[in-house]
Design a protein around this ligand. Structure first.
Ligand code: UDP
Ligand code: MN
Length: 266
């Protein structure tokens, strides 16, 4: 059995996951979208109506010291984000709940997608890729190519792997400066690289316009500022991408590629 999975810990990311679910439906994906839910009070009725399976998960058991080291304040002070802004509803510690998918051993392969991503072209072929496959954290320059972005990845659930992960995760003094992303990159040092088109980060749009081709994007990932966030500081810069997200949210369809100044210049 194959499945897509995403993580939702609050109503904000539930809205993100809904648009992701609608995008997967729009491209005709047959595998279900599993929503890993940590807070039962989040309203998931729209997600269920979109065909998602809601799974309550228990966050990885970690020590209080680990929680403190990965609190929002601590990370934002010790390793501030200088390239973009994280929304106020983003709690870094929650990112580690992605690891719960390794417990879903009914599935042979899971393709994880952040709740702030949308699928524009089918990605079902990723189920044939090995663990651990992911795309580069490419959003500023080619120097980003060797780093992993953990917004899209292919995993093989396994209790053994999960146990090994827990032992490494909360080792004495362990600090993962970019949370699950740093952890996964370290845990799977030989990760297989997917083409960047499987996880196109929104900043590519203004930082690397020569790499922006609407028709070759499989997954568009709104890293940093979220398209549904009213206090978005890059609204003007990312307008065509935000409009695209809302269009998928509102219509359940993938609109034709927008014709935008960036591409006309190219
Ligand atoms: N997430 C969540 N609640 C949080 C933080 C993260 O549900 O408080 C989930 C959600 O699926 C989100 C993913 O973890 O898409 C990673 O966080 P985010 O996408 O905000 O990080 P970025 O892509 O900006 O690094
Ligand atoms: Mn993300």
């Amino acid at each position: 059995m194959f499945a897509f999975a995403t993580l939702v810990t609050n109503a904000e990311y539930a809205l993100g996951a809904l648009t992701l679910a609608r995008s997967l439906n729009a491209v005709g994906s047959e595998a279900p979208l599993l929503v890993l839910l940590t807070d039962p009070s989040v309203d998931c009725s729209a997600l269920e109506a979109a065909g998602c399976r809601i799974l309550s998960v228990t966050p990885p058991p970690v020590s209080v010291a680990f929680q403190e080291r990965h609190s929002r304040n601590r990370i934002h002070t010790q390793d501030p984000f200088t390239k973009g802004k994280k929304p106020t509803f983003h709690a870094p510690l929650q990112n580690f709940c992605k690891l719960c998918l390794w417990e879903l051993t009914d599935y042979q392969r899971i393709v994880f997608l952040d709740a702030d991503s949308v699928v524009l072209r089918p990605i079902d072929r990723l189920f044939a890729y090995p663990e651990f496959s992911g795309a580069p954290n490419l959003y500023e320059s080619l120097a980003d190519m060797h780093r992993l972005n953990s917004g899209v990845f292919v995993a093989t659930p396994s209790s053994k792997t999960y146990e090994r992960m827990l032992a490494t995760l909360d080792a004495p003094g362990a600090y993962w400066r970019r949370t699950d992303q740093t952890f996964l990159e370290t845990f799977f040092p030989d990760w297989h690289g997917l083409p960047y088109t499987y996880n196109v980060l929104q900043y590519v749009y203004f930082n690397l316009p020569e790499l922006w081709q609407w028709n070759s994007i499989n997954v568009l990932h709104y890293q940093y500022e979220k398209p549904w966030d009213a206090s978005h500081s890059k609204r003007e810069l990312l307008k065509p991408l935000i409009d695209l997200w809302w269009s998928i949210h509102d219509t359940g369809r993938i609109p034709a590629a927008p014709i935008v100044a960036n591409e006309r210049r190219a």
